[in-house]
Design a protein around this ligand. Structure first.
Ligand SMILES: NC(=O)CCC(=O)C(=O)O
Length: 275
């Protein structure tokens, strides 16, 4: 039976820990997850877990190009554990300023078990209402769906999105249309709106008949209490696993891809769309 087993690592951090120390610590969490759970197909980290989700001043000094030290460290880690790694996102320094003359982007990074960069995704919808992301970062313009190899053979099509993107159902529809069977959504989503995080994730899964893997940040930094409550939801809307609260924790869940295909075939709602 085709299954897709994922480990979501909810990283909690504060303002005291340095970026270098956090990268070392989280790398150890990734190693431990891979050692404890044989047969993982994918490990996922949250959005901007190293440079912080909301300390905008840090972003400028922490920015680095794709292929820089963050990419190299995550690539070496994926190779060491032999598991596909969605390294969350980092602050990318763009090769040249984009259409809005900004030189940063919130870029997700997926590495194969051999350390190769399988995909990058630049967050399309920027959060901050005039400050933070829209002020400092270019918006991504592409949708990203890619096949991820499964340990048991075959592959699963995953669509990439980041945090605030979850509020924009049209992006997820496009990812579904491009063949996604599962969405992967790293986030830095604060506690006051965490009910939206869980509910919107379930809605995106149900309305697109796609599984969703949502990996949030925990702890408190820059006066922002993060929401945690990472979850994995099946295409039918069943919550396969959740992390209660905003502490640091690992969630392992298995998505049944044969059941997903069967569900789409026997309950083909997307064929009834009227555009
Ligand atoms: N980092 C983010 O994109 C935060 C999104 C958020 O807080 C919200 O949508 O609410």
């Amino acid at each position: 039976m085709a299954t897709f087993t994922v480990a979501a690592i909810q990283v909690a951090y504060d303002d005291v820990e340095s970026i270098a120390d956090r990268i070392t610590r989280v790398s150890d969490l990734v190693r431990a997850a891979a050692a404890e759970h044989a047969g993982l197909d994918l490990i996922v980290l949250p959005e901007l877990w190293a440079p912080t989700g909301f300390d905008y001043e840090r972003w400028k000094s922490a920015a680095e190009p794709l292929g820089g030290p963050f990419t190299q460290t995550m690539s070496a880690l994926a190779t060491e554990i032999g598991v596909t790694l969605h390294a969350g996102s980092f602050v990318e320094r763009l090769p040249e300023p984009g259409a809005e003359a900004k030189s940063l982007a919130n870029t997700s990074l997926v590495l194969g078990a051999d350390g190769q960069v399988l995909a990058t995704y630049r967050k399309v919808h920027r959060f901050g209402f005039g400050s933070g992301e829209p002020k400092l970062m270019e918006a991504g313009r592409g949708r990203v769906v890619l096949p991820l190899p499964l340990q048991a053979g075959g592959s699963v099509m995953v669509g990439l999105a980041t945090c605030y993107d979850l509020r924009f159902p049209e992006l997820f529809r496009l990812l579904g249309e491009a063949g996604a069977e599962a969405f992967v959504v790293p986030a830095a989503w604060p506690l006051p709106r965490v009910a939206h995080w869980t509910l919107l994730g379930q809605a995106r899964a149900i309305e697109n008949q796609c599984a969703i893997i949502q990996v949030n940040t925990g702890g408190t930094h820059h006066n922002t209490v993060m929401g945690g409550n990472s979850q994995v939801v099946a295409a039918q809307g069943e919550v396969l696993g959740t992390i209660d609260g905003n502490g640091e924790a690992v969630l392992v869940a298995t998505i049944d891809l044969a059941a997903l295909a069967d569900y789409r075939e026997t309950f083909p709602v997307l064929a009834d769309r009227r555009l």
